[in-house]
Design a protein around this ligand. Structure first.
Ligand code: URA
Length: 296
């Protein structure tokens, strides 16, 4: 394991250390083929604001380049600690969370099948996670499944492949499903968020609120009998509860799927948590058996 890097060290790193530091801060993916010098973009913006011509232009809506320019230390060394972002910046491109959520609601409601919904999600610009993600991870499996599993958000491997639960926690999920007699292809798997939060950080409340209409419409269009929320984010969102996963797992609620149908929804520990905490697998086994019973 690399030694922790302190603020003092940060401006004196060799290139390998700098790379490790970026990785530890969550910058673990290249999101474009060419590097983009955001300092130049900020300088150009300042020049334009001062009425001087500038070469680089900013992308529409500003994005990260609209954040305050990083202070340059004396001597011209590149600063490596970014300034704090203004509240609300960074995850919504143009709208307030309320407007973005309303726009997601309208788009979701207009989708009458999964293909339309996928297209609507792929075109949606109200959540900035899309900007840093490599792929939109929509969902996979049987569109008429009786069992749907909903995770939190794609991880690195899911972001690369554009499919939910294909990394290490996906392998465990497949084994858990097999243990109650289901092949992955028989169920449907999706996430609360269709884009990977950088560095697998926890999604913000605003990101979840904005994307929630899509996952709810997803469930309406499939119409399953049972929905399993994998982990706390999915459970709190879909079960509309403040309690944590330790209290919610194993409990059941009814969830309206549009005007006409209802699903039984429950929660389990997330497979990633079970990989880190194998002693909890027996609780997961108990929860899976309850699901199998509900479906039988
Ligand atoms: N974790 C999730 O919550 N979802 C995925 O798709 C992968 C890992």
């Amino acid at each position: 394991m690399s030694k922790p890097i302190t603020d003092f060290d940060v401006n004196n790193l060799d290139p390998l250390q700098a790379l490790i530091w970026q990785f530890e801060m969550g910058a673990d993916e290249a999101i474009a083929d060419e590097p983009l010098d955001r300092f130049k973009a900020s300088e150009s913006l300042s020049r334009q604001a001062a009425g001087q011509p500038g070469r680089a232009s900013l992308p529409p809506n500003g994005g990260a380049a609209a954040r305050p320019a990083m202070p340059r230390p004396a001597g011209g060394a590149t600063p490596m600690t970014p300034p704090p972002m203004p509240p609300g910046a960074g995850f919504l491109l143009s709208d307030t969370p309320h407007e973005a959520r309303q726009s997601a609601r309208d788009l979701a409601a207009a989708a009458t099948n999964l293909a339309d919904l996928k297209e609507a999600v792929e075109k949606f610009e109200g959540c900035a996670l899309k900007k840093s993600a490599s792929n939109t991870v929509f969902g996979v499996g049987n569109p008429e499944a009786r069992l749907v599993l909903v995770g939190e958000a794609p991880g690195a491997e899911e972001d690369r492949q554009g499919e939910p639960f294909v990394g290490p926690s996906g392998k465990l999920l497949d084994a858990m499903l097999r243990s109650i007699g289901f092949a992955r292809e028989e169920v449907y798997i999706t996430n609360i968020l269709p884009w990977r939060p950088p560095g697998n950080r926890q999604p913000t409340t605003a990101e979840i609120a904005v994307c929630e209409p899509f996952v709810r419409r997803h469930l309406e269009l499939i119409g399953p009998k049972v929905v399993i929320c994998l982990g706390g984010s999915a459970a709190k969102t879909l079960m509309e509860e403040d309690r944590g996963i330790t209290r919610l797992r194993g409990t059941w609620k009814e969830m309206a799927l549009g005007a006409a149908s209802v699903a039984d929804v429950t929660a389990m520990f997330h497979p990633a948590y079970l990989l880190r905490t194998p002693e909890q697998k027996r609780m997961a086994w108990r929860d899976l058996r309850a699901v199998a019973q509900k479906l039988s």
